[in-house]
Design a binder for this molecule. Structure first.
Ligand code: 5RP
Length: 264
């Protein structure tokens, strides 16, 4: 791995803890104005100081994030489909040249293992790795799960391992039972998505179980920005990821910060 690649990766996964809290706000690329992200700038700005990196599209990056902010960016470069169409039919939507112009620290693309379009997305990943490595840019492979797939260790382990075999530098997948098996058989760091909004305490438990079972952190979206107290929530997640807080400790912090906000 060359210096530039290592440097960019260490901007995302913090060397002090070997972990990361990525803030995922890329949902609009196929969902449009998702709840909580209707006005991306308003959602993102207060969370930025607590995010180790920001995962988003170039459109939102350009229009809704201050270029003087020093947050590392993991740019989503796959898409081309919507919730109304065939989600697996994604292609690459951003050139490497534009990604470099945007000074990104990583690029992200989804793979759809088991779908009729798995070959297209897997070859797309391999091609993106070839191109990104030319410039020392790490690639995050996102294991998208179709409605008819099981989010179990067998499937997520298969998809994560294939992503790593094709050269992804880190992988985003879901937490599941026997998650340690997914981590053990994937030779690159794994971060987990939060998934649909669930109660804060449950989301904190999910993050805790993931890192305790080997995840390098989270790339969390809805469970942060759809919380009634997103700034308190991201800080609670940080306590778990970087300080090994228990879910109870993190939930106490969440409640304290949420209460302070109400009083202020
Ligand atoms: C979809 C994505 C999402 O934007 C991301 O996974 C969402 O994060 P969360 O599930 O925590 O809202 O990458 O493939």
């Amino acid at each position: 791995m060359d210096w530039g690649m290592k440097n960019r990766l260490s901007r995302i996964i913090k060397p002090e803890t070997g972990r990361t809290v990525m803030l995922a706000v890329d949902h609009g690329y196929f969902l449009g104005p998702t709840t909580g992200l209707e006005e991306p700038r308003k959602t993102i700005e207060p969370l930025l100081p607590y995010a180790d990196s920001l995962m988003l599209t170039r459109g939102v990056l350009r229009r809704c994030v201050d270029p003087s902010s020093n947050v590392p960016v993991v740019l989503r470069v796959s898409g081309g489909t919507s919730i109304l169409g065939n989600l697996a039919d994604e292609g690459t939507t951003v050139s490497m040249r534009d990604a470099i112009r945007l000074n990104v620290s990583g690029v992200a693309l989804s793979i759809f293992v088991g779908s009729g379009l798995e070959r297209q997305t897997l070859v797309g990943l391999a091609n993106l790795v070839d191109e990104a490595e030319e410039y020392g840019i790490p690639v995050l492979a996102v294991t998208a799960v179709g409605k008819d797939m099981n989010r179990d260790a067998r499937y997520l382990g298969l998809a994560s391992r294939i992503a790593a075999e094709l050269g992804a530098h880190f992988v985003k997948t879901y937490y599941c039972e026997d998650f340690e098996k997914v981590v053990r058989s994937c030779p690159v760091p794994i971060v987990i998505a939060g998934g649909k909004k669930i109660p804060e305490k449950d989301a904190l438990e999910l993050a805790y179980n993931a890192v305790q079972n080997g995840a390098a952190g989270v790339d969390m979206g809805r469970n942060i920005f759809q919380s009634e107290h997103p700034v308190a929530m991201i800080q609670a997640v940080r306590e778990i990821v970087h300080k090994n807080a228990t879910p109870d400790q993190a939930f106490d912090l969440f409640n304290t910060l949420a209460q302070e906000k109400k009083i202020a």
